[in-house]
Design a protein around this ligand. Structure first.
Ligand code: ATP
Ligand code: MG
Length: 313
């Protein structure tokens, strides 16, 4: 494989609830801990990240949440306003035109515009400079759940096809040149190490189309580990059966071993289907000290487990 440089923009996507935000924060923390100036962009609506760090969020304005790590929340409305104000340099005009009852629905009706302006904001972050060098070494995007995440990725190209020429077309092309370039943008898919989510991820990989080249890897999040090896279990099984409750313990251990084997099978299937690295993150809810809400320390630990070099990130 040709060695690739790490992209400055990383989009994290996957099905709802699989751990996109968790992985995005873990990755962003890892970058920040390496001394890279990092901004984490939340796109899914709720502003969850500042709370994890016990900081008050400021929406669209980057907020420092940890050394080297800033976060902001992106909404289509603010991104559109930002874009238009940049273009016309006159906020009042924006309010007159875009907030009025006639134009509002029209804007909503342009296919892909909402997504494209959000990509536009990511592109602005990419271009932002400070003291003659890029302001952000890494831009990690907690992208919308798949389906929508993919539409967002393809939105700049879709809008280019729609406009064909003119200033909007040229603007969107600049965005596409960054977001569609595997050297500058990478995609990390998150899924659970179970058969159904893995099948869905394989299907998703097939639907990536032109974005396929951006895919850097898949994270199998919330994996369980085996309490004992199969051989160890066989050795102790006879003894366990004579103890009170021993059979139950043996049954649970055997079940966990099957779960671990299924995980390994799922990872191997993914690897074969998508031919990108698959990495596993443990489920911290099942560790020695069960955790029901991940905080900055746990996320930093998870980030430390991401094999960046292997992923080319
Ligand atoms: N490896 C893990 N160990 C323990 N808990 C985890 C792990 N990964 C995620 N969680 C927990 O599972 C829940 C869902 O994770 P998260 O919010 O990251 O998913 P998501 O894909 O971003 O969800 P949504 O689609 O709603 O945005 C959270 O409470 C999170 O703390
Ligand atoms: Mg999320």
């Amino acid at each position: 494989m040709i060695p690739r440089t790490a992209p400055r923009v990383v989009l994290v996507t996957g099905k709802g609830g699989v751990g996109k935000t968790t992985v995005a924060v873990a990755l962003a923390l890892r970058y920040a801990e390496r001394g890279l100036s990092t901004v984490l962009v939340e796109t899914a609506g709720a502003e969850l990240v500042p709370g994890i760090f016990g900081v008050e969020g400021q929406g669209y304005t980057p907020t420092l949440v940890a050394p080297g790590l800033w976060t902001l929340r992106l909404t289509p409305e603010e991104a559109i306003e930002d874009y238009v104000v940049q273009q016309v340099r006159f906020r009042r005009l924006y309010s007159m035109v875009f907030k009025n009852r006639v134009m509002g629905p029209f804007i909503d009706a342009v296919p892909g515009l909402h997504d494209a302006v959000q990509l536009g904001k990511i592109f602005d972050l990419y271009r932002e400079s400070l003291g003659g060098r890029p302001r952000w070494d890494r831009i990690v995007v907690d992208a919308p759940a798949t389906g929508h995440g993919l539409t967002m990725l393809g939105s700049a190209r879709a809008l280019m096809d729609l406009t064909r020429a003119g200033p909007l077309h040229d603007g969107v092309k600049q965005v596409q040149d960054v977001i569609g370039d595997p050297q500058r943008t990478g995609v990390l898919l998150v899924t659970l190490p179970e058969s159904l989510p893995v099948n869905e991820t394989i299907e998703l990989g097939a639907r990536l189309g032109e974005s396929r080249a951006l895919l850097r890897g898949v994270v199998l999040n919330s994996a369980v580990s085996a309490p004992v090896t199969a051989g160890e279990l066989r050795l102790v099984e006879a003894g366990l059966s004579t103890l009170p409750g021993g059979e139950e313990v043996a049954r649970l251990a055997a079940r966990r071993l099957r779960q671990v084997a299924a995980q390994e099978g799922a990872a191997a299937r993914l690897q074969a289907a998508l031919s990108v690295p698959t990495v596993t993150l443990p489920d911290l809810r099942w560790g020695d000290a069960p955790i029901d809400r991940l905080g900055a320390a746990e996320l930093s630990n998870l980030g430390g487990l991401l094999p960046l070099a292997e992923l080319g990130l």
